[in-house]
Design a binder for this molecule. Structure first.
Ligand SMILES: Cc1cc2nc3c(=O)[nH]c(=O)nc-3n(C[C@H](O)[C@H](O)[C@H](O)COP(=O)(O)O)c2cc1C
Ligand SMILES: Nc1ncnc2c1ncn2[C@@H]1O[C@H](COP(=O)(O)OP(=O)(O)O)[C@@H](O)[C@H]1O
Length: 307
């Protein structure tokens, strides 16, 4: 996929606009419609997306937890068949544009001949435009507007990034995998911890998440896959929490991964962690032996789940 910073101005395009955070099944449905329409019309499927979340600009105090970094989003969009991507900074200028000005900007700036609009997708500062308005404005400006219907399946009646965020806070990583079409994952860098893990017989790589405001699932213990910087993928158990047995309850949240049947120096490296199943809540043990015994049971549980 090409990032359209300098681009072929003459290449005719069909575009979809949106944040596409997490590139979930609903997004991919829209992208399928985009690619198919592009095929039929001889237009290059192009996504117009934003570096920063529009909600943060519209509502500056709000904190939006992201399901994907920009790099991950672009990679997933490319896998979904998108030829080119335009990444815009969502700023006050863009925010104050009318739908007509936005369509004209895409037409004149990027040779956009047609657009695919999701059933609930809106652009432009107007609050009250309906699908017919977009189609009419598009027609008046020489841009065909195609409406994509809502993605629905029996297993996942309604798919949205906010539903995925809520489920992740509720430890529902299995349901999330259905909505995303893949397990939820984050990337992180291995930092130094208290060096207690190795003494326990369970070395744990302490993870600092990579990505601005990336969502960390609800506290607790998970079965996971860890993909290391050399590309190898390992079974793992993972804790997100305050470690009440070794730290105070008000200590900051730690993310720690014990990779099963692995020995090696990981400090400073990056890994991707896929959340496969929720195992249990974090507990306060009366001593390190009890914690050790529980970790051994966690490994057993993870081994049974991660086939
Ligand atoms: C899978 C897993 C589960 C854990 N569960 C708990 C827990 O229930 N309670 C707790 O206090 N600490 C828990 N821990 C955190 C350990 O106390 C911590 O990893 C250990 O003290 C090593 O810390 P260090 O990496 O800073 O050396 C867990 C760690 C892992 C990897
Ligand atoms: N199986 C393993 N899982 C996780 N980390 C491992 C493993 N084997 C070795 N390591 C290394 O050991 C470190 C964790 O050991 P630990 O004693 O818990 O130290 P720290 O408190 O600094 O995390 C990891 O950062 C990694 O470099």
């Amino acid at each position: 996929m090409n990032l359209l910073t300098s681009y072929d101005r003459t290449r005719p395009r069909i575009a979809a606009v949106g944040m596409f955070d997490g590139v979930h099944a609903g997004h991919r449905h829209l992208l399928d419609v985009l690619c198919q329409a592009g095929d039929e019309m001889g237009l290059s499927p192009t996504v117009i997306t934003f570096r920063n979340h529009p909600r943060k600009v519209v509502n500056p105090g709000s904190r939006v937890e992201m399901l994907s970094t920009l790099d991950d989003r672009l990679e997933m969009l490319s896998h979904a068949g998108i030829a080119d991507c335009v990444v815009m900074d969502f700023n006050d200028g863009l925010r104050s544009m009318s739908a007509r000005d936005f369509i004209v900007m895409l037409r004149d700036g990027y040779s956009v001949k047609a657009m695919v609009k999701g059933f609930n997708n809106r652009f432009g500062h107007e609050r009250n435009l309906d699908m017919d308005d977009y189609i009419r404005i598009g027609r008046e400006e020489g841009v065909e507007i195609i409406c994509a219907d809502e993605y629905r399946s029996v297993a996942t009646p309604s798919v949205s990034s906010s539903t995925v965020r809520k489920l992740l806070h509720e430890h529902e990583v299995g349901k999330v995998a259905e909505l995303l079409g893949r397990p939820y994952s984050i990337r992180g860098r291995v930092i130094h911890g208290k060096k207690l893990g190795r003494q326990l017989g369970f070395p744990t790589a302490n993870i600092e998440p990579i990505g601005d405001s990336i969502l960390v699932p609800g506290n607790g213990v998970y079965a996971a896959f860890a993909t290391l910087s050399d590309g190898s993928r390992h079974r793992a158990i993972l804790n997100i929490g305050h470690r009440p047995t070794v730290d105070g309850c008000d200590s900051p949240v730690n993310i720690e991964v014990h990779i099963i049947d692995y020995d090696g120096d990981l400090y400073g490296t990056e890994m991707r962690i896929e959340f496969m199943a929720f195992l249990r809540k974090e507990m306060r043990f009366s001593g390190l032996d009890e914690l050790k015994a529980q970790l051994a049971r966690d490994v057993e549980a993870a081994n049974a789940l991660l086939l």
